[in-house]
Design a protein around this ligand. Sequence first.
Ligand code: HEC
Ligand code: HEC
Length: 370
Amino acid sequence: MLKTLRFRQNCNSVQTRFIAVSACFVLLTLFTPVALEAKVVNDDDKPILPVDDLPAKISTNKVPMGFKTLPKSPADNPTTEAKAKLGRRLFFDPILSNDQTVSCASCHQPKHGFASPNTVAIGIGGKKGTRNAPTVLNRGYGAAFSWDGRDASLEQQALGPLKSESELGGDVATVIQNVKKDAAYVEAFASVFSESKSDTPEESVTLENIAKAIACFERTLTTGNSKVDRFRNEEYEALTKEARQGLWIFESRGGCWRCHNGPNLADDEFHNTGVGFGMKDRDLGRSKITEDSSHKFQFKTPGLRDVEHTAPYMHDGSVKTLREVVEFYNKGGAPDDPNLDKQMKPLKLTDEEVGFLVEFLKALSGDAVK
Ligand code: HEC
Ligand code: HEC
C-alpha cells in the first residue's frame, strides 16, 4: 500500500494524470483483496472483541444428532439455564482481562468455529502464545483439555487463560474487583452460586465460580446434525459421491479412524503425527506434562466436526488448509521422525482421492450454535 501512496503523490502532471489514475486504480484493486484478507489473519493484529450474536436462547438440553447423550457435567457444577447465561456473558466480556481488551471470544471466535484465525494465539497487548487456539465446540464431550491434555475438566481449563499473563493478563484480583463493581453480575452470581443466606452477594463472585459458569456455558456449545450424521441415519443423498468416497477412505486405507473415532471423531488420546518435525525448539507436547519421554511431541487428537471453519490447523497452526492437512497425511506426516506414531504411514492416495477426503471433512460441518 505504501507503494500505491508514493505513486499517487507523483500523480500531479496533467499529462500523466489519466494514466496515473488508471494505474492507481489497477494497483488498488490488486491490493485490496490482499489487504482485506490480511485483516482476518494478520498475526500482528490486536485481539478483536466479537459481539455475542448467538441465538437469544441456547438450549441446555438438546442432544445434537450424532450423539446419544448431553455433555456430562460434574456433580459439583450441574448445568442450569441461569448459570449457562451467566457463563455466556462472561465468555464474551473483556472484563475478564486486566485492561478489559480481551475476552475468551477474542481467541474462540464464534464466526470462526469458536477457534482463532491466527496461527498462534494473540492475547493482551498483542502478546503471542505458542499454540493455535482450538475450537471450544463439543468440548463438553471431551475427556482431556488443551493440546497437551494438561486440564482434566472445563472448569480447570477456564482457570488457565484467567491466570495467564499472555492471554487475559493474569491479574485475577483486579478482574474479580471489576466484576464485583457490576451490580447485574453480583446479582447473577449470588442467585446461581450463593449457598448460605449469611453470604454477602459479593462473596459469590470468586475465580472458581467464574470458571464454573463459563464451563457450564461451554457445555451448551455443541455441534451435530452434519451431512455425515444424516447419511449415517439413512438419508443417503445427504452426501455427494465425492464425500462418500472420502468417508470410505477415512475408514479404510486412510487409517484416519484409528485416532479420529467416536461421535466427535477424536479418541482423546495423544499422538505424534510429525507436526513440527525439524523445527528449532519443537514443542514437546504431552511429555512436558507427564515427563515421560515416550510422550515426546504428542498432542491430543482434535475432534473434526466443523473443522472447515477453524483454519489454520494443528497445535502450531502450521497447516493452512484442509487439502494441505490431507496432503500431510498422504506423505505419512513426517516419515523421518523417529518419534512418529506407528499408525502414521504414507497413504499413496491420488490427487483425486485427497480431494475426496477434503469433501468428507467439509461434510462434518453441522448445526453449531453460531
Ligand atoms: C489469547 C487467546 C486465548 C484466550 C483469550 C483464551 N483462550 Fe482458550 N485457548 C487458547 C489456546 C492457544 C489454547 C490451546 C492451549 C494449549 O494447548 O496450550 C486454548 C484452549 C482452550 C480450551 C481447550 C480446548 C481443547 O481442545 O481441549 C478451552 C475449552 C478454552 N481454551 C476455553 C477458553 C475460555 C473459557 C477462555 C476465557 C476464560 C479462553 N479460552 C481464553 C487461546 C485463548
Ligand atoms: C496417529 C493418529 C492420527 C491419525 C492416523 C490421523 N490423525 Fe488427524 N490428528 C491427530 C492428531 C494428534 C492431530 C493434532 C496434531 C498436532 O497438532 O500436532 C491431528 C490433527 C488433524 C487435523 C487438524 C484439526 C485441527 O483442528 O487442527 C485434521 C483435519 C485431521 N487430523 C484429519 C485427519 C485425517 C483426514 C486423517 C487420515 C488421512 C487423520 N487425521 C489421521 C491424530 C491422527
